[in-house]
Design a protein around this ligand. Structure first.
Ligand SMILES: Cc1cc2nc3c(=O)[nH]c(=O)nc-3n(C[C@H](O)[C@H](O)[C@H](O)COP(=O)(O)OP(=O)(O)OC[C@H]3O[C@@H](n4cnc5c(N)ncnc54)[C@H](O)[C@@H]3O)c2cc1C
Length: 392
């Protein structure tokens, strides 16, 4: 008879590692994390790791604020480094849906996030290369920025290991096992069956491939998301330029290695399964990325693409995370539906899941509103941007 674990976590991305660390920190022993490949080899490795608190519901705004605070103080709170760069986050709206945008800024302020509503002149003072003609109003978050997804995930994994969590890499979970039709009690891996009280699935876009083995499917769609890196004749430095979210242009950008990362902020192109990723540039070459760049910025000469890549999003119907189990299936909990925004939320989700396991409920933030059943029960989160991009 093999060892019985209290918790098995499936997936060594930022979510699985943050959960592992927070469980161990709260004193949970016998935690095993299984990763089919290597730590931080999934979509966390593709992340732009932008950290902002702009959301159109107060709970996820608070989730992001907790995430930002942990990432900004990672060495003291977790250990290791997160690579957090506090360059600020500037989001702007055109005249369309301006009321919604201003409501969101007020909502953020009410939720305790530091953000200021500013006009185009102030936006250009903060970011002198922005094209003010596109800006009706902007929001500026001085405490936000971006981090490093590898450093952060490794930081969580190392801290969890120090506290006793066991990691097995290169071990794939083939299926979940059940003692009864309503009770998950372990996993079957390449190395055999391992028993546990609770399975936590943090397998990103692969979540349904795992949970479908016990007849459970979480409501998210998998999409392909491309990012390009530009360089210019002059340096695009993180101590001079904040992260920019261009709502009318449906794109975002941030400094990286003296150049700029630029991504579409649409929901991505649906793909047929978790193994599918299209890393090619769009058919028009870099055309639409360049157009977005030229519309949004001015005075950055010699733009040329230096690299590009793609990853997958697990997009939920309201673009907010899905966290929890499903009725009639004890011993199973999953985190998915992160909708292209899971990096910054991982520190808070890690705390929430650990508190749920240890105390029976999450103390830092309510757990129930994120339940998968919210869609069937007609209680999705408000999303002021539904239909206009990957923003919730
Ligand atoms: C291009 C891109 C840009 C992004 N930019 C941002 C951003 O700026 N800000 C932000 O907050 N978020 C961003 N995101 C989203 C964020 O990166 C993700 O939401 C987050 O990293 C997902 O983490 P995860 O741990 O859920 O998934 P993953 O990192 O994919 O981890 C899941 C792990 O599970 C493992 N696994 C799967 N199946 C099994 C199995 N059967 N057995 C064992 N192991 C298994 C996989 O190998 C993988 O390592 C971006 C995402 C992409 C793709």
């Amino acid at each position: 008879m093999g060892k019985q674990y209290q918790i098995i976590i499936i997936g060594g991305g930022v979510i699985g590692c943050a959960i592992a660390y927070n469980l161990a920190k709260l004193g949970v022993r016998d935690v095993l994390l299984l990763e089919k490949d290597a730590i931080c080899s999934g979509d966390t490795a593709k992340s732009c790791a932008i950290v902002r608190t702009h959301y159109s519901n107060p709970l996820t705004c608070r989730m992001a604020t907790v995430g930002r605070d942990v990432l900004a103080d990672f060495t003291a709170r977790v250990g290791g480094a997160s690579g957090f760069v506090r360059c600020g986050y500037l989001i702007f709206s055109g005249p369309d849906k301006l009321d919604d945008f201003e409501d969101n800024i007020r909502l953020q302020q009410d939720a305790g996030a530091e953000v200021e509503l500013i006009d185009p002149r102030q936006a250009v003072e903060i970011h002198p290369r922005l094209n003010p003609g596109r800006i009706a109003k902007a929001g500026f978050e001085p405490l936000s920025g971006y981090a490093d997804p590898h450093l952060t995930t490794m930081g969580y994994a190392e801290a969890a290991r120090r506290l006793g969590v066991e990691f097995r890499q290169g071990v794939s979970v083939r299926r979940l096992t059940e003692s009864r039709a309503d009770r998950v009690d372990g996993v079957e891996t390449d190395d055999g069956v391992i028993s546990t009280d609770t399975v936590i699935v943090a397998a990103g876009v692969w979540t349904n491939a795992v949970t479908a083995t016990v007849g459970v499917r979480y409501p998210f769609e998998i999409t392909n998301h491309k990012v390009v890196h530009f360089r210019f004749d002059q340096e695009y430095a993180s101590d001079r330029f904040p992260v920019v979210r261009d709502l009318p242009g449906v794109c975002y950008s941030r400094p990286q290695d003296g150049g700029m990362l630029l991504g579409d902020s649409n929901l991505g192109d649906p793909v047929s399964g978790p193994e599918v990723v299209d890393e090619s540039l769009p058919r028009d070459g870099a055309g639409h990325f360049l157009r977005n760049f030229e519309n949004g910025f001015r005075g950055l000469e010699g733009a040329r693409i230096t690299s590009h890549w793609a990853g997958r999003y697990d997009v939920s119907p309201d673009s907010n995370p899905i966290i929890g189990g499903v009725p009639g299936k004890e011993g199973l909990l999953a985190v998915c539906g992160l909708s292209g925004g899971g990096f910054k939320l991982a520190p808070c989700i890690g705390i929430m899941v650990a508190e749920k396991v240890v105390f029976g409920d999450s103390r830092i933030l309510p757990f129930d509103p994120y339940r998968p059943a919210r869609f069937d029960e007609g209680e999705p989160f408000r999303n002021a941007y539904k239909g206009t991009g990957a923003m919730a």
